[in-house]
Design a protein around this ligand. Sequence first.
Ligand SMILES: O=P(O)(O)O[C@H]1O[C@H](CO)[C@@H](O)[C@H]1O
Ligand SMILES: Nc1nc2[nH]cnc2c(=O)[nH]1
Length: 337
Amino acid sequence: MSRKMNGCTVTNGYNLENGPCLPSKNGFGCNNDHSASCNCYKRTRYMDIDCQSYTYEDIRETSGFLLQKTKYRPEIGIICGSGLGSLAESLTEKQYIPYKEVPHFPVSTVKGHVGQLVFGMLQGVPIMCMQGRFHYYEGYPICKCAMPVRVMKMIGVNYLIATNAAGGLNESYNVGDIVVIKDHVNFMGFAGVNPLRGPNDERFGPRFPAVSKAYNAELRAAALKIGKEMGIQNSLHEGVYTCLGGPNFETIAELAAMKVLGIDAVGMSTVHEVIVACHSGITVFAFSLITNKCLTTYDDDDVANHEEVMETAKNKEDVLKEFVSRMVQHIQKIGGK
Ligand SMILES: O=P(O)(O)O[C@H]1O[C@H](CO)[C@@H](O)[C@H]1O
Ligand SMILES: Nc1nc2[nH]cnc2c(=O)[nH]1
């Protein structure tokens, strides 16, 4: 059945003359060029849900809302990992904005992720902090999990500190250690699950971004120096992180395979955020707290569990607050406001 929609002749949702055509959910229609910036291209049925990302205008609406709500103009953003929400509590003059009040924002569904933005000051520096992140296993498309990073960028953030809880696969790691991430293996990306999949709006960044230097070398070196100054150098490492889709923890065979690939820490987050940060020109520093040792033999009695993850995070909150606070001080020194 054919009818006119947004200036296109549409048959069963498809514009047979010019390609697929549907109105966007906002009611903005096709502008007939069917380019990546055309709403009909972005909101069409031929594209699967993982590609139906937020438009530039959506992100502008979200950041505009936040800029109106807060007096802060942060250049540094922090994402708190599982059980690491207390990092936001070290900010002073805090302003909380629950995700559910922010236009287009997903909401947190995981224990240990409060689900609010915290604006405030740390070391005299304005900070935007996510107390709760989004994971693929929660059911959000991966581009939506990474969407807040684009919002950060539009607000003026140039440095991202991404934190996470992870299983230690490297045998030299102990529970409670910190791993400065020097690189990642994007397993989900191997299967095409990538936050940049879908039409690319060049205003966000290039179609084919390089990510081989995603984890800033200068900040990594600074982190190791700060670790020494804090006297925690024996429990501080540099390593390779990977994100699996979750929500189940790994099998013994999966962990054995990952070990061969040189992976040191295993989690279910961060990689999508780092890719989007890199795409938009944000400088990244990321670290894992090793909340549990990956169990790599069949005769281990234990099994991985989220309670242990949360408990370890709680036990390490003071040292992590100090570590992050010193990193912020360093970033401010080298250029972040
Ligand atoms: O990566 P963050 O959010 O720190 O959380 C990690 O801890 C949870 C599992 O206990 C998973 O969500 C995993 O990704
Ligand atoms: N995938 C994964 N995520 C984690 N988050 C915290 N610990 C773990 C773990 O052992 N595996």
